[in-house]
Structure formats: structure tokens, C-alpha cells
Design a protein around this ligand. Structure first.
Ligand code: PMP
Length: 393
């Protein structure tokens, strides 16, 4: 490589995800529980809209940087905000980029959940700031589901802490934050004068418990990022939104402008249609995922995992396979063996931060016979390699 083209330290600090590197070992027959994208066709309302507009003149201008007013109004109605509190982005990923690059820089520390979606820490590094992993509380018999550990957050809070990133419902654990714990955390952030970004991309997928948006508790101190990728099966359309205080979004719009100009026009038009027909579409999608979730939990019911998977939200089950570490040492090795022996891909928890060790993320984004076969193979593999009493840890 020419020395003139050596990437910057910031660029080199950004790591490829484990998900992508494991996928390199997949074959065409591999049953894929790995990628967090739905397998359903894009929302009917979107398809109807585009079919009915096929004959018109096909102009495709840039839109306003923050997005078409009609699309911002549609999102605003959907989330209970004003259009000025909405900025449309190229998927949630770009909303995260604008929020993180726009709100922190060198010298700042940003607390990110561990386990958590890998983009958070990497975007913090891209901003030249320092990500600090905060371990979430592991599930127990008494408190199932991963929780917010207030002490762990407070321990890591200091004079340089600028932001906290939250993800609710969460990837990879399929957890949903207890409203009282979330409220207590936001109170702590008030004490330390720290802002928040809450990634609520899975807000529509709630199976147990109660989902409360961080914005409904503290509308003035943070930004919610969400979008249509998961709710309307529009991953490749690249449409998402930031919801936040008008002045903050206004100040961040030039950054968004110089990154991407605007979200794609067809995707902006699509969400107006998609959000109008939201409830009917979503009800059928939810039924599909609820059935699959049930199948995963049923298949794992007698596997004697380290703790029972709760999977209260999103479309992930995070299997606690810590007992199997006595044999495989790392979940990366376990996942590789599962891929080699059973032709099934799941994602080892280490890919989501150090606290993910000993867990496997199963995305139930496949259905039918493939889902059943894949679950049977995971189950039989775990049963066959079940650790025995007295194994060395
Ligand atoms: N946040 C989380 C937690 C995700 O799981 C994903 C996608 N897997 C994204 C953001 C990115 O979403 P989008 O496709 O809308 O950019």
C-alpha cells in the first residue's frame, strides 16, 4: 500500500464485525441464524404505493437535508413528535453516525452497553472519542432478562463522560429494559449532566414486559434513533429517523448533509405509505415472529442452559451456553464447531463485547422447515456436547 494511502488511526481503530468474518465460513446449504434482518417481503403498503405511481414522470430530486416534510410529518405522527423534531436518515446506522459523530469528540468518553450492537463502540472510535463498555446485568432465576446495572454505570461515569448509548429492545439479547431501571438510569444521567442516544429500532417487537421509550421519560436530554428496516422489512431501502430536540437536530443537520445529503427519496416516499398502514401490517408480522420465538424457546426448553433465555423483545434469543465453555473455552470455538459439524450459523456472544462470552445469538429471521431443522441441529449439538459434572471449568 502506498504510504500516502495508509488509513488514519481512527479508521484503523474500527474493527470488522465477527458476524461478517464467521459468514465467510458459510456454504450455500448453511442454515443461517446469523444475520439480523427479516426474511419477509417489503410491506404491502409500500408495494401498493409504488405500483400505483409507476406511470408518472420519474423525477428523483434531492430532498431537503432533513427529509421531505410529508415524510417527517408521517414519522412525527407515528412517534408523537413535531416534524421539526424529526430528521430522516439512511437507516438507523446513519442516524447513529450523525448522533455519535455530532455529539462527541476527542477527549470524550461514551458509555456503551456490553453486550451490545458493535456499531456503537466503533462509531465512538470514528469520532476520536473513547468507548467504555458497561456490563449489563446477567439474567438470574429471580430477575430474568439482561438488566441495567446502575452501579456499573455509575462506576464508569466521570468528568469526561459525554454520552450513554442505550438499545431497547436490545440486540443481541432480545432484552427489554425495565421501565423503573431505565428511569433510574436517566435520573443518574441528569445528576452527571450526561446525554443519551437510545437505539429503539426493535420497538415494535415486544413479547413480554413493558417497553418505554427513553424519550417519553426525558424528551430534552437525548436522541432516539429508529426506523423501518425491521418493522417494514426495508433493510436495503435505507430509511431511518432521529427524534430529538429541534435545536439539536438543526445543529446536526449540516453534518448529515455533508455525509449523505438526504435519505433516499423513494424510501422517504415509502415510509409515508408504510406508516399510514402501520397497524394492520405489523400485526401479521408480529404473529410470524411470535410463532418462531415460541419454537426457539420450545426447542431449548430441556437443554439445561446456564440460565433460561427470556427473549422479551426484538427477534433474538441469546442462549446462555456458559456451561459448555469447559469444553470449548470460547463461544467463537463453539460456534465454529456448530458451523462445521451441523452447517448452522449462530453468532458467538464475544462479537458483542466481553460480557457476551458464553452466549450464542440466535436470530429467528428464518421460518418453516429451515427453522425447525436448524433448531433441531443446535439442540442435538448442545445435548451431544453437554458438559459433565466435574469437567474442568
Ligand atoms: N441498531 C441495531 C440494534 C441493529 O440491530 C441494527 C441492524 N441490525 C441497526 C441499528 C441498523 O439498522 P439499519 O438497517 O436501519 O441501519
Amino acid at each position: 500500500m502506498s504510504e500516502r494511502l495508509v488509513p488514519s488511526r481512527r479508521a484503523l481503530a474500527i474493527k470488522p464485525t465477527l458476524i461478517r468474518s464467521l459468514r465467510a465460513g458459510m456454504g450455500s446449504s448453511t442454515i443461517d441464524f446469523g444475520l439480523g434482518q427479516t426474511d419477509l417481503p417489503v410491506s404491502n403498503a409500500v408495494q401498493r404505493y409504488f405500483r400505483s405511481h409507476l406511470d408518472g414522470p420519474m423525477l428523483a430530486p434531492y430532498t431537503l437535508n432533513a427529509g421531505l416534510l410529508s415524510a417527517r410529518q408521517a414519522v412525527a405522527r407515528h412517534v408523537g413528535a413535531q416534524a421539526d423534531e424529526v430528521l430522516l436518515t439512511c437507516g438507523v446506522q446513519q442516524g447513529l453516525a450523525v448522533a455519535i459523530l455530532g455529539l462527541c469528540g476527542p477527549g470524550d468518553e461514551v458509555l456503551v452497553p456490553d453486550p451490545g450492537f458493535p456499531a456503537y463502540a466503533n462509531l465512538v472510535r470514528a469520532a476520536g472519542a473513547h468507548p467504555v463498555h458497561v456490563p449489563l446485568r446477567k439474567p438470574t432465576e429471580d430477575a430474568p432478562g439482561w438488566g441495567l446495572d446502575l452501579e456499573a454505570f455509575e462506576d464508569r461515569m466521570g468528568p469526561d463522560t459525554r454520552l450513554v448509548v442505550l438499545n431497547n429492545p436490545g440486540n443481541p439479547m432480545g432484552n427489554v429494559h425495565d421501565p423503573a431501571e431505565l428511569s433510574a438510569l436517566l435520573e443518574l444521567l441528569d445528576e452527571y449532566d450526561v446525554g443519551w442516544i437510545s437505539d429503539e429500532i426493535y420497538e415494535e417487537y415486544l413479547w413480554e414486559g413493558q417497553f418505554v421509550s427513553a424519550r417519553s421519560l426525558r424528551p430534552d436530554t437525548g436522541i432516539v434513533v429508529a426506523g423501518a428496516s425491521k418493522s417494514h422489512h426495508m433493510m436495503g431501502w435505507r430509511i431511518g429517523w432521529m427524534i430529538g430536540p429541534e435545536q439539536t437536530l438543526k445543529a446536526l443537520t449540516p453534518l448529515h448533509q455533508h455525509l449523505v445529503t438526504c435519505a433516499p427519496l423513494p424510501a422517504q416516499q415509502a415510509i409515508v405509505a408504510a406508516l399510514e398502514d402501520h397497524d394492520e401490517e405489523l400485526a401479521s408480522t408480529r404473529e410470524v415472529f411470535a410463532r418462531r420465538r415460541h419454537k426457539v424457546l420450545e426447542a431449548m426448553a430441556d437443554v439445561e442452559l446456564g440460565s433460561p433465555p427470556s427473549a422479551a423483545g426484538a427477534f433474538y434469543v441469546f442462549l446462555d451456553v456458559r456451561p459448555w465453555l469447559s469444553k470449548f473455552e470460547t463461544t467463537v470455538r463453539l460456534a465454529k464447531r456448530l458451523l462445521e459439524d451441523e452447517d448452522v450459523l449462530v453468532i458467538p456472544g464475544e462479537g458483542f463485547g466481553p460480557s457476551g462470552l458464553g452466549h450464542l445469538r440466535v436470530a429467528y429471521t428464518i421460518g418453516g422447515e429451515t427453522l425447525e431443522t436448524g433448531l433441531r441441529r443446535i439442540r442435538e449439538f448442545l445435548m451431544r456436547h453437554r458438559p459433565h459434572d466435574g469437567d474442568e471449568p
